[in-house]
Design a protein around this ligand. Structure first.
Ligand code: MZP
Length: 497
């Protein structure tokens, strides 16, 4: 055997050293844009993300709802492949058919404006607008407006009193009519209601909600086509049925594919990549993995991978290391593969983005992973906690939780991910079925997480991911200093902290 003398380490064993924070290094100047697919040094990647997050290729994480929510926030989901081709195609279609909303500028509106004023904004912008007025008439006092399919609310120009009404419409309808969020969406959108009376708990009429659709495209022919505004979505594939699955996914509009496997350093992945590249050339983007060293990375790159995923055994629901004794500490794996990526770039001029997949347990791990060279992060546990994940929300021992199970668990039965050739079927479990604490809406949680990342980047004196990679100073920490990093030697008032 060959012995690697370096200890296999994970994110919690490292910290970032603050760098000089200059005055223009402030969170709102930080860009988190990052490449998703390979590109030549002087070119641009075919796909770029606004935030360096993708959601895991898992039944309990990435369906069409998650994909819509994450894409709207600048990331991307890989819809899980452990389902029939037809079902996966349907999910891709739903994301691609989703009509992203636009925020109508309300900069010139005041609480004295009426709905008619809002509707007159249509010539400027706007996909659709929902407005709430005090007396249920179009000329009544404007209490709030919600625009676009995602009900983003633009509040500039409206005073605080009105601001308090600015809850997303779906939530408003949910609360007032006592229906679920999905039912509220159905009421508003699927039945194409133009005017919805909102009734309070005692059955009293409160106000009307109006909806106005604009034919944006016709009115603004010079703007982006409907095609360019579609949300980005990815899809997981396996190394068995790719000859049928890939054409179906591409036909449905998937923007990028990813071969999903716990161990991607295999001839099956090479065959799959070569098939896709020979059939579609560079027009279809496909990532591969997972690997944990330079050899694995180069093997997949030579086979045609557009990005490579790093990580074996570090996922929160993963027991691969216990079951098979394979894997590597996520930080060590990432550092080695990032070096291989940089060397490959220096010698060929081609940049292959790498994705750190699994094992992010704290928000600060994300910044460490980026500083260590990850271009983007794939996360399962993080996203599984949100309303938008496909699993049930349950009350367990007084706490709300969401279900979260591994693709290698008996529940998922995704044997293709753990395929070692031979007969179909999962031979033994490599993942667990679990709960994660329920955390609310993706958008709200993401805002906090991204805020932390930007703030840390500023502490490191950096305003972009590339700068962070180049400038970050990272130190190993002893187990004693990890204790020092938490609250210590005090009696906490909140014992749950
Ligand atoms: P985490 O974000 O929950 O820590 O890890 C998510 C990652 O774990 C996934 O992207 C995938 O690579 C991996 N995974 C998914 N299922 C299993 C399993 O059942 C697994 N073992 O390891």
């Amino acid at each position: 055997a060959q012995y690697l003398n370096e200890t296999s380490r994970t994110f919690s064993e490292y910290l970032l050293i603050p760098g000089l924070t200059t005055k223009d290094c402030v969170p709102n100047k930080v860009s988190l844009a990052t490449p998703l697919t390979k590109f030549d040094g002087n070119g641009k990647p075919a796909i770029e993300l606004n935030i360096p997050f993708v959601s895991a290729i898992m039944q309990s994480v990435s369906d069409d709802q998650m994909a819509i929510a994450l894409a709207k926030n600048g990331g991307l989901s890989f819809i899980f492949g452990s389902q029939s081709i037809e079902d996966q195609v349907e999910m891709i279609r739903k994301v691609k058919n989703y009509k992203a909303g636009f925020v109508v500028s309300t900069a010139n509106l005041t609480p004295e404006n009426t709905l008619s004023d809002v509707l007159s904004l249509k010539a400027k912008k706007g996909h659709s607008t929902i407005a709430i007025t005090s007396d249920g008439t179009a000329n009544g006092k404007l209490l709030g407006i919600v625009t676009g399919r995602d009900y983003r609310v633009s509040t500039d120009g409206l005073d605080k009193k009105v601001h308090s009404f600015m809850t997303p419409l779906s939530e408003l309808v949910t609360a007032k009519l006592g229906v679920t969020l999905n039912q509220a969406n159905d009421i508003i959108w699927e039945h194409k209601l133009n005017s919805l009376p909102v009734i309070d708990e005692d059955g009293n009429f409160k106000f009307f909600v109006f909806r106005k659709d604009y034919d944006h495209h016709k009115e603004n022919p010079s703007e982006l086509s409907d095609e360019q505004k579609k949300l980005l979505v990815g899809a997981g594939i396996n190394t068995r049925d790719y000859k049928e699955r890939v054409p179906a996914l591409i036909g449905a509009g998937a923007d990028v594919l990813c071969i999903d496997s716990s161990d991607g350093f295999s001839e099956w992945q090479k065959d799959t990549l070569e098939y896709i590249k020979s059939e579609y050339g560079d027009s279809v983007k496909v990532g591969a993995g997972n690997v944990v060293d330079k050899e694995g990375f180069l093997y997949l790159v030579e086979a045609g991978a557009d990005f490579v995923k790093v990580g074996v055994g570090g996922g929160s629901i993963c027991i691969t290391r216990e079951q098979k004794g394979i894997g590597r500490g996520q930080a060590t794996a990432l550092i080695e593969v990032a070096q291989a990526r940089d060397d490959y770039y220096a010698s060929t001029g081609t940049y292959i983005p790498i994705c750190s997949d699994g094992g992010i347990a704290q928000d600060y791990h994300m910044v460490l992973a980026l500083a260590m060279g990850a271009d983007f992060l794939m996360m399962g546990r993080y996203f599984a906690r949100f309303d938008e994940s496909p699993t049930r929300k349950l009350l367990v021992n007084g706490n709300y939780v969401k279900e979260y199970w591994g693709e290698g668990s008996n529940r998922a039965r995704n044997w293709q991910r753990y395929d070692m050739g031979g007969d179909d079927g999962l031979k033994f479990e490599e993942g667990v079925d679990s709960y994660v604490p329920y955390a609310g809406r993706l958008k709200d949680n993401l805002a906090v997480t991204l805020g932390k990342i930007k703030s840390t980047m500023c502490s490191c004196g950096t305003t972009s991911i590339t700068m962070l990679k180049n400038k970050a100073k990272i130190t190993l920490v002893s187990s004693v200093s990890i204790v020092e990093g938490g609250a210590h030697d005090v009696i906490l008032k909140d014992a749950n902290r």
